[in-house]
Design a protein around this ligand. Structure first.
Ligand code: NAP
Length: 552
């Protein structure tokens, strides 16, 4: 259950800017707009800050990016005053860090928690949004900045019969704050994405019996997670300037980049690069071995086979290999999210863990006793943990009733076709900005903090430029949006990512229009394109002044 006992800050009735969401981007956006002198406020459905790191408190939740790069880099002291305990810390520590950021920047006084935005309606005459909440608030606001998250709309209703289950059923992104007592219980985990893997490897020693329902086998890389002592902390803090100058410009927003070309190396040299990056215990093999894996089928297959062989060697058992290791005809390594794991594969060698393939015999429904497959087999369990993912990119905003010009609603537009301009605005929705949205680099192939800082900084700059120009409304043009969508598609369709079924292209949600959701042209390139757009006077946008002056 959510903690809704905290005092609720009142929502102001009139604002220059409202920031929806207080995760990584919302907190920084609030800070920046406040620094600019705007009357700005933030709100969040959660009872505290954290976004992803508030909601995803399931057992084993942790970073897959190194802690010292999953950082705000706009303030050296803010960076240096926080000390991480290990290379890939867990959710509790991350949540504490987000509280530290919030309190250091004194953000709490401008945040209303436990409040869900239900609707936002644009008024063309005044150039204002009217925003309503589930707590009965009504706010008139000039700039609506939606920091609502790329992976924040959980697919909670996935199977028929869920409400008939006699035990406890929980989606990982709604895991109870007080936890679940799993000791000595029969537990089912559905899903083996990055989330399921973290849950499975963490709870297996605790439960009586763990049954994992596996549909598509998943490539995994082993994590090395050393504790940080004073020497490691001094090492990364001493690199602040270096990290600040490199991270924003790499292909993925990590500190490392693709440095060698496949064609320039001998087979032995290539193998050595794969061994070295694999041994690093990070996402380096995926994001800093050979960029050709995303474009060239042969390179993709060689690297995929390298990873499969590593996995097979650990599993040994042919039945487990069949269920858990992708085959050559499945999909290529890295064409959707590669999770890091700690003894995940070995977990299946335990006596109390069973892997059940639901590829050819899918889950038909949830029944009072447990999970029922299509062939009628019922797995009786006490607890079902659904690690079944999210309606990514467009999901969070589509769940709000947002009406732009001419009665156009965002949910309806995105039901037809998921389009944006630079992933930052949408034609027909003036003064509505978004981060972590479709067609910007986010989550897929990106260290989220790098991308989100850049996006929030662009939004703050855009609002400043708009005001400096004497205008108060900005909106993408239809042709500007067409151009961005065409560039995005051309870039994405050149990659193998577009050919793999996953949340990366909306394949995990029935009826969702297919499009690679994240921009795949590189984080550094995207930054340059956004900067050029601003420096050239926002050619893909129109600016205007409303007849009625701002109220705030
Ligand atoms: P996900 O990658 O979408 O994985 C969902 C899993 O549920 C898949 O294994 C999927 O199988 C399975 N599933 C869905 N519907 C099913 C059904 N009807 N029957 C059987 N299986 C079903 O979701 P996620 O693991 O929550 O991860 C989402 C993203 O969150 C990640 O890609 C990552 O970007 C982020 N994340 C990050 C971290 C981190 O950085 N530390 C940790 C966790 C998550 P199919 O593949 O067959 O559809």
């Amino acid at each position: 259950m959510l903690d809704t006992t905290k005092d609720r800050n009142p929502m102001p009735e009139e604002l220059d800017a409202l920031v929806i969401g207080t995760g990584v981007s919302g907190l920084y956006e609030l800070h920046q707009l406040r620094q600019m002198g705007l009357k700005v406020h933030a709100c969040d459905a959660a009872s505290d800050v954290g976004g992803t790191w508030y909601w995803n408190r399931y057992p084993g939740a942790k970073f897959d990016s190194e802690a010292y790069i999953y950082q705000y880099l706009f303030d050296e002291q803010l960076y240096k005053k926080w000390t991480w305990s290990e290379r890939f810390p867990g959710q509790r520590e991350i949540e504490r860090w987000m509280h530290y950021i919030t309190d250091s920047l004194d953000l709490r006084r401008d945040i209303t928690f436990s409040t869900t935005i239900t609707s936002a309606t644009w008024d063309e005459t005044s150039g204002l949004w009217t925003v309503e909440t589930d707590q009965g608030d009504s706010v008139r606001v000039r700039y609506l900045v939606c920091c609502t998250g790329m992976l924040s709309a959980p697919l909670t209703d996935r199977f028929p019969g869920q409400s008939s289950f006699d035990g406890q059923i929980v989606h990982t992104a709604r895991y109870p704050k007080e936890g679940l007592d799993l000791q000595g219980r029969k537990v089912a985990v559905i899903g083996t994405g990055a989330t399921g893997i973290q849950v499975i490897q963490t709870i297996a020693p605790e439960v009586d019996k763990l049954t994992v329902f596996v549909r598509t086998p998943q490539y995994v890389l082993p994590m090395k997670n050393p504790k940080y002592g004073p020497a490691e902390v001094a090492w990364y803090k001493g690199r602040f300037d270096e990290l600040k100058s490199t991270i924003p410009h790499t292909f993925t927003g990590f500190e490392y980049d693709f440095e060698q070309a496949w064609a320039d190396l001998t087979p032995d040299q290539r193998h050595q690069v794969l061994e070295d990056t694999h041994a690093d215990g990070s996402l380096k093999l995926w994001l800093a071995s050979f960029g050709e894996m995303f474009f060239d089928e042969e390179v993709s297959e060689e690297i995929s086979e390298f990873v499969r062989e590593k996995m097979r060697a650990r599993l040994k058992d042919p039945r487990l290999i069949d269920i858990l290791v992708p085959g050559p005809d499945d999909y290529g390594f890295g064409t959707h999210r590669v999770p890091l794991e700690s003894q995940y594969l070995e977990t299946y060698l335990r006596d109390n863990v069973e892997a059940v393939s639901v590829r050819d015999n899918p889950i038909a429904e949830i029944v009072p006793e447990g999970v029922k497959l299509q062939d009628g087999t019922v797995y009786e369990v006490d607890v079902i943990i659904m690690a079944v993912g999210f309606d990514a990119g467009s999901g969070a905003l589509s769940r709000i009733d947002i009406t732009g010009t001419d009665g156009m609603t965002l949910a309806e537009e995105w039901r037809k076709d998921i389009r944006t301009t630079l992933g930052l605005m949408k034609y027909g929705f003036p003064n509505l900005f978004m981060t972590g949205a479709p067609l910007a680099p986010s989550a897929a192939l990106c260290n989220m903090t790098t991308c989100l800082q850049q996006q929030t900084e662009w939004i703050a700059r855009c609002i400043r430029d708009l005001r400096d120009s004497g205008n108060d409304v900005i909106e993408p043009t239809q042709s500007g949006e067409d151009a961005w969508v065409a560039h995005h598609d051309e870039t994405a369709n050149a990659t193998l990512i577009s050919k793999t079924e996953s949340w990366y292209n909306g394949a995990n949600v029935a009826g969702k229009p297919r499009r690679v959701l994240s921009y795949t042209g590189g984080v550094g390139t995207y930054r340059s394109l956004c900067n050029e757009m601003a420096e050239n006077g926002y050619p893909s946008f129109v600016m205007r002044k409303t007849a009625i002056p701002a109220t705030a």
